[in-house]
Design a protein around this ligand. Structure first.
Ligand code: B12
Length: 204
């Protein structure tokens, strides 16, 4: 509760302290990621109900990112993977928290992950995937106003790869299975665990 409240309140110092405390108490990093998502649900609710302003949300975002930095090295992966993934938030969209959680989780599972950041143009996803030798392009999208740019990534991939095209996995609050089917993404995943399960099956 203390941990959750520190994120909701956007208190970076308290978030750092409570994250460390949870880890010493033996709470798993995965569980901490779940708690972060729960806390952000509350922040989202407050934002949507006009209780929180953008400035409040930004403080919570800082708290989340400070927590992720602490948790990262605590993921001891028993799994190792040769699979390379590029990840980013689609053009026009600067939301990073969900993407950062997915990245942290996937790195913990042993994947090599290149984070392209936010507001990533479609062409950049494809060029970076080529340069990095990525088998997967993971795209986060939080806004319905910009999610259509994902379709351009798919088009460019189809034009540029004759075979061994990277799989396109999409996620984030603005996308759904229906949207994924419509634009022809390889997979829609609700969260990082979902994506890990898919990769294990699809890229064996
Ligand atoms: C935090 C937040 C912000 C912060 C972002 C801080 C940051 N550094 O990221 C700030 C304040 C900057 C912000 C700005 C804006 N925001 Co905002 N924001 C949110 C909020 C409250 C929470 C999002 C969040 O971080 N959730 C927590 C994370 C952990 O959850 P998540 O992103 O969904 O990720 C999980 C899953 O979706 C999934 N996932 C996510 N990505 C991926 C990718 C892959 C590959 C996979 C497999 C899974 C996956 O896994 C994650 C972990 O479980 C949402 C409301 C909401 N309820 O979602 C609005 C929301 C997304 N924002 C919205 C809007 C409109 C804006 C602004 C335009 C507001 C404004 N008036 O300024 C600007 C947009 C700026 C821009 N160009 O992008 C709208 C979007 C509406 C729409 N349908 O398009 C929302 C829905 C609020 C609303 N109802 O109005 N926002």
């Amino acid at each position: 509760m203390l941990f959750r409240n520190s994120i909701v309140a956007g208190d970076v110092d308290k978030t750092i302290n409570t994250t460390k405390k949870l880890l010493t108490m033996g709470v798993t990093p995965n569980k901490i990621l779940d708690l972060v998502s729960e806390a952000m649900d509350e922040v989202g609710y407050r934002f949507e109900s006009n209780i929180y302003f953008v400035s409040d949300v930004l403080l919570s975002a800082d708290a989340v990112n400070s927590c992720l930095e602490i948790v990262k090295p605590y993921f001891i992966s028993s799994e190792k993977s040769d699979i390379k993934i590029v990840i980013g938030t689609i053009q026009g969209d600067i939301h990073c928290l969900g993407k950062n959680i997915v990245k942290t989780f996937l790195m913990a599972k042993g994947y090599s992950v290149l984070d392209l950041g936010e507001d990533v143009p479609p062409e950049k996803f494809v060029t970076e995937a080529k340069n990095f030798g990525a088998e997967v392009i993971a795209i986060s999208s939080l806004m319905t106003t910009t999610r259509n740019f994902i379709e351009n990534v798919i088009k460019i991939v189809r034009e540029n790869f004759k075979e061994k095209a990277p799989k396109i996995v999409i996620g984030g609050a603005s996308v759904t299975q229906e949207f994924s089917d419509k634009i022809g993404a390889d997979k829609y995943c609700k969260g990082p665990e979902d994506m890990h399960k898919y990769l294990k099956l699809a890229l064996r």
